[in-house]
Design a protein around this ligand. Sequence first.
Ligand SMILES: NC(=O)c1ccc[n+]([C@@H]2O[C@H](COP(=O)([O-])OP(=O)(O)OC[C@H]3O[C@@H](n4cnc5c(N)ncnc54)[C@H](O)[C@@H]3O)[C@@H](O)[C@H]2O)c1
Length: 239
Amino acid sequence: MKIIISGYGRMGHEIEKIARGRGHVIVATPDKKEDWKKIKLSPESCDVVIDFSTPDSAEIVVNHCLNSGVAVVTGTTGWSDRLEKSKVLCYKTSGALFHAPNFSIGVNIFFEINRKLAQMISGHNYKARLNEIHHIHKLDAPSGTAIALANDIIASNKTYSKWISGNAINKETLPVFSERTGEAPGTHLIEWSSDTDSIEIKHTAHSRTGFAIGAVLAAEWISGKSGVFGMSDLLNSTS
Ligand SMILES: NC(=O)c1ccc[n+]([C@@H]2O[C@H](COP(=O)([O-])OP(=O)(O)OC[C@H]3O[C@@H](n4cnc5c(N)ncnc54)[C@H](O)[C@@H]3O)[C@@H](O)[C@H]2O)c1
């Protein structure tokens, strides 16, 4: 496939390695707004754009791809408030958009465990807290993964109706704590505690490779499809 990597930073470089290793051709690696002016984006020049850029640029990049008839995979986090508009544009243009706040297979298994635990513990006397730790360069907090985990807890558990960044303000509010330190690729910890015991589940990424593999698999999978997709579509699919 002919791939454009949008955002040639930490993730962009990792994706390039994985994509080349799987025999794909990288036709461009735009890394700022001006770079896009030199690219004639069309289905002939590119099969799929993989975007891991910034919260401010992702919406523009994704909409540009959809308006140009090119499938787009985006892992950029911190712009979920604008994502819905891009999904509408995707349906309007009969385009293809794949979005995941986390492309790692391990984290997507962790999502399932989190939902199941939140559901099983519902109605028992446990309080939850969520901690996420990432490298100091990360622009958004809480992480997109932490937000997805928190929303899943709210959907699966009777106690919680909203989440908050920091200390809880009442018992219906799930506290989410963010820590930025060193070069940590990403850790998510959920703790449920009662007076008698506690249960913890934790996922730690050892490197960015798992995210990059997931993003390239998504790019291969989305080719020739139209619609809005996420990791559950990829993982539950046989095609
Ligand atoms: N979904 C996942 O699995 C996953 C995993 C890791 C990181 N992320 C997210 O991916 C994004 C990138 O992470 P990173 O660690 O590579 O960041 P990074 O800062 O290393 O790279 C981002 C790059 O985007 C470039 N950029 C800015 N404007 C652009 C534009 N208009 N077009 C193209 N590129 C542009 C920047 O110059 C920068 O080099 C972040 O939002 C991060 O949270 C998601």
